[in-house]
Design a binder for this molecule. Sequence first.
Ligand SMILES: Nc1ncnc2c1ncn2[C@@H]1O[C@H](COP(=O)(O)OP(=O)(O)OP(=O)(O)O)[C@@H](O)[C@H]1O
Ligand SMILES: [Mg+2]
Length: 323
Amino acid sequence: MQRMNKSPVISVEQLKVSFPVGTGWKKDAIVPVDGVSFSIEEGRVLSLVGESGSGKTTIGRTLMGIVRASGGKIRFYDQDVTRIRGRKLRDHRRRAQMVFQDPYGSLNPVRTVAQHLELPLRRNPQPRNAPISELIDELLTTVGLTPVEVMRVKYPHELSGGQRQRVAIARALAVRPKLLIADEPISMLDVSIRAEILQLLMGLRDTMHLSYLYITHDLASARFFGDRILVLYGGQVMEEADSETLVEDPRHPYTRLLLAASPGSGHVGLLPETSNQSPDLSRSRQGCPFANRCPLVMDICRVERPQRTKITEGHYTSCHAEA
Ligand SMILES: Nc1ncnc2c1ncn2[C@@H]1O[C@H](COP(=O)(O)OP(=O)(O)OP(=O)(O)O)[C@@H](O)[C@H]1O
Ligand SMILES: [Mg+2]
């Protein structure tokens, strides 16, 4: 179904993050996010895909203001949130929430399920003047933690991984966010319950009017959940398209490699991998970050960064072989 184009909840332009590394005369910096741009419209899901170390979590943390951008711009609705601090930052963090990969580490072992939800509910204005206990029960029902009278009093160690992730999701929802950044929310869960959690997140998109940045290294779930997919490598965007197009008509050699590695994709053997070297994240790097592993590499790839090229409306790739 074709949906109406809406205003972006978040838009990111040429985002750059750098971290200092080394000390003394060896002092340098790595740039794990280098010129990343995207936007997410209301009610939409953007999947951010890339292998370990490609900069996915760093992007999520930067959108939350946990990590400072060293370049570029982040806009939340009409507000520039790139460099906000203090109260403005606290307000922003209410509208954007993050759910993490590890549901075991993200809950407090000495607090009950109800206590995890009580604090954010009390601290944030709620749409109606109901008793907190009623709001807690509503949240628990929303995320499928029932019967509520049993779940309310449980401690994290009494819950399964999937149930803990539901508590983490309920806690994020308690502040009524507009954007949920879900950072590999199912990768540490048993395979049997991954689909359930993704279904829950999909349902919340409609009932809670949420938009998502869905971070994953798995193209199958990126396609299942995302309206659009952004493929990241070495902190740069390799390809971007609506989910169907990206999977059916991949143009960047790295996307094709990811697809070939994705079980049941029908793309097995699409491209040989020439090396498993990790990308250079140094400040002084040149060219395409994928050049060292690319089966189609040309001389220009090692010296000149490829421009973003339009394939069709909404489908872009950054590859000299496509330019
Ligand atoms: N605070 C930091 N200081 C220095 N380097 C960092 C910091 N945070 C992340 N990095 C580095 O930035 C790069 C990108 O890390 P990031 O965690 O964003 O990758 P990722 O795509 O989320 O990977 P994964 O799939 O393993 O979660 C890595 O090389 C990482 O070591
Ligand atoms: Mg990560």
